[in-house]
Design a protein around this ligand. Structure first.
Ligand code: SF4
Length: 472
């Protein structure tokens, strides 16, 4: 592993690795546990039927107790090309897949594998989980550590980039190694947890830097640690008086939802305020199990946000992204960031032009409430930090007025403050056929497209029709 300065040691209780897939993978869904009545009817998910095309029948009879145990899921992850071949029921994997599986870490929890509906790259879950030969495309601008996190580690395992925040790399283990992961240099290279001695150095640094108020416990995936192991990190950070907020970055609600159990939630409750950020990328990931996992956290008073990554062929479609954001809000998960895919090795085939993300943001605005719209962000290479990217809404400016456009294409003149004696002439005469220049000097208020759904709705209300006509 390159560029890894972390002094990590093997976990005390490392998840065992399945030697093969000679174990059942799919449980009897009718027996599946779900505490939310309104979800129970969904447990007969069509997934089992679909997966039966992919996973042989002799691997589909795990008992519900096993299936619903996160430890069982961890110890039965698909870990190598041979196991993948069995999972996909293929005689032989392509050379590209075998090479990519050897080049970058691979793990797929049985639960996440069960979300695959079609065993080819047209399936978004397949794309995010299964290695493909394109991962070996290696242009010179891709790096192991594009955000230069290793350079911003004053002590091993703690990234301190922004003045008030720090990120603690607590473990290198994940339930599933996402093919697009930004921390491939850490996640899955060795499945280890930060030892106590190193944590003590991290805590000492936090105590010496009271300007740090917000600590993100990340990895890897912190929720792959046992609850006592995780509590060791949380309580150590919580004991630093200047730390106000603890955030936890985890993909387990998506890849291992059975991990969000009562034991975990009851432990987290003790250390409020805690925020969780998870990582749904596609609506197919929002299953009854994932919904229940998020509900457990939110019901415990732990706000859950979502950080998606824009991935070509997975979610680089405005309609898919709208669907995802709608569903997230419905399950009380706030869409927080939509990340441009980082310049990390192995992701060239996932990358989209920046314009695609901006186009998606343009589409979402006006269709979704602000609550459901994430911020599109580029994490700048070279440790430049997060840069929000937006469509341009300012069309023109003058000292007296700014011309803006809305999602419908309507142009609006916004008057700047009228400070007495500001010396700028304000035009009072209304323009007959206004152009942008008239909006900028104040002689017109707006220019409205000839057809807008909103205008047509107004006309439907007869008492407003006359007013609307005049305004247009
Ligand atoms: S869960 Fe997060 S850290 Fe782990 S592989 Fe996926 S993106 Fe990387």
């Amino acid at each position: 592993m390159q560029n890894l300065d972390l002094d990590l040691v093997r976990d005390d209780e490392p998840p065992s690795i399945s030697p093969s897939l000679a174990v059942p993978l799919i449980p009897d869904r009718e027996e599946g546990k779900c505490n939310h009545d309104n979800l129970k009817s969904n447990l007969d998910h069509p997934r089992k039927l679909k997966m039966s095309k992919i996973i042989p029948d002799d691997r589909t009879s795990a008992n519900p107790q096993e299936w619903n145990s996160w430890m069982w899921q961890m110890s039965h992850r698909v870990r190598n090309a041979d196991e993948l071949c069995l999972l996909l029921k293929c005689g032989k994997l392509s050379e590209g897949t075998v090479s990519a599986a050897a080049r970058f870490p691979m793990a797929i929890s049985p639960y996440y594998a069960s979300l695959i509906q079609k065993a080819d790259p047209s399936d978004p879950i397949f794309q995010m989980a299964v290695p493909v030969g394109e991962e070996l495309i290696d242009p010179s601008f891709l790096m192991d550590d594009p955000l230069e996190e290793e350079h911003d580690m004053p002590v091993p395992g703690l990234v301190h980039r922004y003045p008030d925040r720090a990120l603690l790399v607590a473990t290198s283990t994940c339930a599933m190694y996402c093919r697009h992961c930004i921390r491939k240099r850490i996640a899955g290279q060795h499945e280890v947890t930060m030892p106590q001695k190193q944590l003590a150095h991290v805590v000492a640094y936090l105590r010496d830097h009271p300007e740090i108020h917000d600590v993100i416990i990340s990895g890897g995936d912190p929720f792959t640690m046992t609850t006592p192991q995780l509590e060791r990190f949380i309580s150590a950070v919580r004991n630093v008086p200047s730390v106000d907020i603890i955030r936890i970055g985890t993909r387990t609600p998506v890849t291992l939802p059975m991990r969000i159990n009562n034991e975990l939630v009851n432990m987290l409750r003790k250390y409020q305020p805690i925020w969780v950020n998870t990582h749904f990328n596609h609506p197919n990931e929002i299953t009854p199990e994932a919904i229940e996992a998020c509900a457990r956290l939110v019901d415990a008073g732990i706000p859950v946000g979502n950080q998606s990554v824009l991935l070509k062929g997975v979610n680089d479609d405005p309609v898919i992204m709208e669907d995802l954001c709608r569903k997230l809000v419905k399950i009380r998960v706030r869409p927080y960031y939509l990340f441009q895919c980082d310049l990390v090795r192995g992701v060239e085939h996932f990358r989209t032009p920046l314009s695609r993300g901006i186009q998606i943001m343009e589409y979402l605005r006006g269709r979704l409430s602000g609550l459901a719209i994430p911020t599109f962000v580029l994490d700048a290479p070279g440790g430049g930090g997060k840069l929000p990217l937006l469509p341009t809404y300012i069309v023109s400016t003058s000292p007296t007025h700014t011309v803006l456009r809305n999602f419908e294409g309507m142009l609006i003149s916004y008057p700047e403050p009228m400070v007495q004696g500001d010396g700028y002439a304000r035009v009072e005469e209304p323009a007959l056929n206004p152009m942008v220049a008239d909006l900028a000097n104040g002689s017109a208020k707006k220019i409205v497209p000839s057809h807008m759904a909103r205008t047509e709705r107004r006309i439907l209300h007869s008492d407003l029709a006359g007013k609307t006509d005049r305004e247009c």
